[in-house]
Design a protein around this ligand. Structure first.
Ligand SMILES: [Zn+2]
Ligand SMILES: [Zn+2]
Ligand SMILES: [Zn+2]
Length: 570
């Protein structure tokens, strides 16, 4: 029985209660019914008739702390998406509704979102929501098959120096990569064929011993810790724990994952597909769970893991050049019809401009070491999983378990040891450059890429520095392009809503691409728009819609001779 049946009989219709509690009650009922509790108003204008009204779209937020129904819906859709692609038996056909229109539409939104983002940044407003929306739109554009997504944020370093293999790296045989994306089938003893796939967990290296349960046994501190002991994951000796390396590994974890997939494909010789979730361990280091289609032996996986590393060719951060009072000063430059001198950060004493980002990169010599090399730890945890089994359901549960939470919310901080551990990591992340545009570069005497006024080392607004992200600023779910054929229609609509809602909140007008005729124009209502109902009223409207739709669905099922869900439950 699915859980919808339990909400089916929840009280509906007029409810008599104390008026002071009414809004709480509406919210509670909305939660019961899985209705978004912070719907976003959008004015919709019919371009044919000229009629205009206000519609409420679900906020589609992925965090349960923001909107539990939307977050839960997203989690369930992700679980469905994961299940759909994991054990595919035929090559997926990637379908797109309209090959020309869709990328163009997304690109239009992308431009609007970027303009809003730049404006917000200039005004010193938070840009997080817009940054997330932009990433989401980029993924959509890429999903449309458009290569070379606009890189307005972090750009891959195109310099050629780093192609040399590290002398300390294991060499990996490479094969040409076949187009095939599905795994092999095997013949069982009873003559049945089966198609195992893989559940893989990869973890970063150690930064120093932490309290743990070695094979469920005693810790190095000689205590048997219970499974839920909050001391688990905190360092035995905080002074010896390498927080700098922990911080850098977290910052560059995405690069390592990319490299691993690349190496794996070249090694096994086919286009391996994956659905992955990135989560923190108790020690606050990110790790990755991956559902991989098809099966690869543990020995092979170990080889690929051992040979995988990512190098960060950034300027050195070995010497602090500016700190405290004497920070570099912004000079606005000149911009007239005859003369253009770009703005720059100057040394506060000599007025000499600091090297630009590109100059600093060019100054890295062939014999220099990269700023950082990130690798996985030696632990490779892999298990074969059959489709539609208890194992596969358990693994999908793992993969989607924490998706409704921020990274730092995944493990509650209860004790002083935990808080101190999180603080030390946050401190290590404070002055660590998170990207080429990071304000922290000024501390090390380099102008950040795309330098602009108002940058102060230690106050970079990048996601990775924030305590709730623990150094990992990337996407939490990574799904390869050929995971499943058609994206689950629901799932796609949901992502679309999410982007539209973020943009609407930021004041970007948007069109709905689910409307192929482009009949409607959507825009954010003005603040004093008389048609925009207060929140309680919106929730009532949405509740009413939900209940009506359920009733219609039940009626349709009855008409078709199927029993309605509440009858099944009875
Ligand atoms: Zn919502
Ligand atoms: Zn211990
Ligand atoms: Zn930064």
């Amino acid at each position: 029985m699915n859980d919808q049946t339990t909400t089916q009989d929840a009280p509906v219709g007029p409810v008599k209660i104390m008026p002071t509690l009414a809004s709480d009650l509406v919210k509670a009922i909305a939660l019961d019914h899985g209705v978004c509790i912070r719907p976003v108003p959008m004015r919709r204008t019919d371009l044919v008739t000229g009629e205009s009204d206000v519609q409420y779209i679900p906020c589609s937020h992925t965090l349960a702390s923001v909107c539990p129904p939307c977050a839960e819906r997203n989690r369930k859709l992700r679980a469905t998406q994961c299940r759909e692609g994991w054990h595919l038996g035929v090559e997926p056909v990637i379908e797109r509704a309209d090959p020309d229109d869709e990328p163009r539409m997304w690109m239009g939104l992308r431009a609007q979102a970027q303009a809003m983002r730049d404006q917000a940044e200039k005004a010193g407003d938070p840009t997080t929501d817009l940054d997330d929306a932009i990433k989401e739109i980029d993924a959509e554009i890429e999903g449309c098959g458009v290569k070379g997504v606009l890189k307005t944020g972090e750009q891959p370093d195109r310099r050629t120096r780093s192609t040399k293999r590290r002398p300390d790296a294991v060499d990996l045989p490479r094969r040409p990569v076949d187009k095939r994306t599905i795994g092999k089938t095997y013949l069982g003893r009873d003559g049945q064929t089966f198609r195992p796939s893989l559940f893989l967990t990869l973890t970063l290296d150690t930064y120093g011993a932490v309290h743990g349960r070695r094979n469920g046994g005693a810790c190095r501190c000689r205590v048997y810790h219970g499974k839920e002991d909050p001391i688990l994951g905190t360092p035995l000796n905080p002074a010896a724990y390498d927080y700098t390396r922990a911080a850098r590994d977290a910052l560059h974890f995405s690069k390592l994952v990319d490299r691993f997939i690349q190496n794996l494909r070249r090694f096994v010789g086919y286009d391996v597909q994956y659905f992955a979730a990135i989560e923190p361990q108790r020690r606050y280091a990110p790790h990755i769970h991956m559902a991989i289609r098809g099966t690869i032996s543990r020995t092979e996986l170990r080889q690929v893991v051992a040979a995988t590393y990512a190098q960060v060719w950034w300027p050195s951060t070995g010497t602090v050049k500016y700190a405290g009072e004497g920070l570099p000063v912004w000079d606005a430059g000149i911009d007239t019809d005859d003369d253009t001198v770009p703005g720059a950060y100057l040394d506060p004493d000599t007025d000499a401009p600091l090297p630009t980002w590109d100059e600093a990169l060019d100054a890295i010599g062939d014999d220099d070491d990269p700023l950082h090399v990130v690798r996985f730890g030696p632990q490779v945890d892999a298990q074969g999983v059959l489709g539609d089994s208890a194992d596969s359901r358990r693994c999908i549960g793992y993969l989607t378990k924490y998706l409704t939470k921020q990274v730092a919310e995944c493990h509650q901080i209860d004790t002083d040891e935990q808080a101190a551990h999180a603080d030390r990591l946050a401190e290590a992340l404070r002055y660590e450059p998170c990207s080429p545009t990071c304000a922290n570069w000024l501390r090390y005497g380099v102008q950040p890429k795309d330098a602009k006024p108002g940058l102060t080392p230690g106050y970079c607004k990048g996601k990775a520095h924030r305590r709730e992200h623990l150094g990992y600023g990337g996407r939490r779910v990574l799904v390869s392009r050929k995971w499943s054929g058609k994206t689950v229609a629901d799932h796609k609509a949901d992502r679309k809503n999410w982007v539209l809602a973020r943009l609407a909140e930021a004041g970007v007008s948007a069109i709905d691409i689910t409307d192929p005729g482009r009949r409607y124009a959507w825009e954010r209502p003005a603040p004093d728009d008389p048609d925009v109902k207060p929140l309680d009223h919106r929730l009532l409207l949405l509740l009413d819609q939900r209940i009506t739709r359920r009733a219609q669905l039940d009626q349709a099922k009855t008409d078709l001779g199927l029993s309605a869900t509440h009858q099944e439950a009875a």
